[in-house]
Design a binder for this molecule. Structure first.
Ligand code: NAD
Length: 292
């Protein structure tokens, strides 16, 4: 079996793949491989698939499939798999990290001190305890965030049109209800036609003044221009994001906006999760190899 490992996982993973077949890492080889393994960077487009003469399986090590043209794969009879359950703890811990960093102005404080200042009066912190956290999306990651936020003493509410019961959060009937009530908002919905740009001007205006917004889902859920303006006006107290419209986000209006905390799309990238994802990909490949 010829495997094309198009994105970086970790060295141990590549060695494990070599036990299952011949591994290449260059997309130039796409014509002759049986399996394509990607994370987020490689876009599995219709054009790429058209160049793949033997491809039978695409595996995305990660949650969403928004970088894979699954319809084009189906048309060609190519199976598509991902690892939906692996990343919940890793992403939930990053969402909590960003939430705490935003509420406590940690990045600002660090940068000031590293520049030789000691701005005690400018580091105005707020507590998460006692605040209402609103989750958009109550799936695996949303629920993992809910459990952690509850341990911080937050009241957790969630909007999710497809979930009927949620143990760690009270479900509300609309996104508007969520925006009205939440002091902190955390995004955990997939990117699709419904969610693209859902945090635009109208949504932001309807939120509580001084809301903190955390985005570990997808950059395109948020109108970055509207968010930058809301940070300048103070409507939004802080925006903490792991994901952006384009990555790296060069030219994004968010880069010059105040009160931001950014990480470079590393929600799934813990050492433990890379091992977990690797285990699942190897299992998928082994079963597929046996079936083939
Ligand atoms: P999941 O499928 O378990 O949960 C997503 C939830 O969103 C579902 O319950 C679904 O019903 C809900 N949803 C769908 N449309 C909605 C809408 N219009 N409004 C509100 N909720 C809606 O997925 P998950 O594992 O919890 O992951 C959530 C998202 O996190 C993924 O789709 C992915 O984009 C993102 N993610 C980011 C990283 C990262 O590195 N930052 C890593 C993994 C996942």
């Amino acid at each position: 079996m010829k495997i094309l490992l198009a994105d970086k996982f970790n060295d141990a993973f590549e060695a494990r793949l070599r036990e299952l077949g011949e591994v290449s890492t260059s997309l130039e080889e796409i014509a002759d491989v049986d399996v394509l393994v990607v994370r987020s960077k490689t876009k599995v487009t219709k054009d790429l698939i058209a160049r793949a003469r033997r491809l039978g399986l695409v595996i995305r090590g990660g949650v969403g499939l928004d970088n894979v043209d699954a319809a084009a794969c189906r048309e060609r009879g190519i199976q598509v798999r991902n690892t939906p359950a692996a990343s919940s703890v890793a992403v939930a811990e990053l969402a909590m990290t960003l939430m705490l960093a935003a509420a406590n102005r940690v990045v600002f404080a660090h940068n000031e001190i590293a520049s030789g200042r000691f701005p005690k009066k400018d580091v105005k912190r707020v507590e998460l305890g006692g605040k209402t956290l609103g989750l958009i999306g109550a799936g695996l990651i949303g629920q993992a965030v809910a459990a952690r936020a509850a341990a911080f003493g937050m009241k957790v509410i969630a909007y999710d049109p497809f979930v009927k019961r949620c143990e760690a959060a009270s479900l509300v009937g609309s996104a508007a209800d969520l925006y009205r009530a939440a002091a902190v908002l955390s995004l955990h919905a997939p990117l699709n036609d419904e969610t693209r740009g859902m945090l635009g001007r109208a949504a932001i205006v309807s939120m509580k003044d001084g809301v903190i917004v955390v985005n570990t889902a997808r950059g395109e859920l948020v109108d970055e221009q509207a968010m930058a303006e809301a940070l300048v006006s103070g409507k939004v107290r802080a925006y903490a994001a792991d994901v952006f419209h384009s990555e790296p986000p060069s030219g994004s209006p968010l880069l010059s906006a105040p009160n931001t905390v950014f990480t470079p799309h590393v929600g799934a990238s813990t050492a433990e999760n890379m091992t977990r994802i690797g285990d699942i990909v190897v299992e998928i490949l082994s079963n597929w190899g046996r079936a083939g």
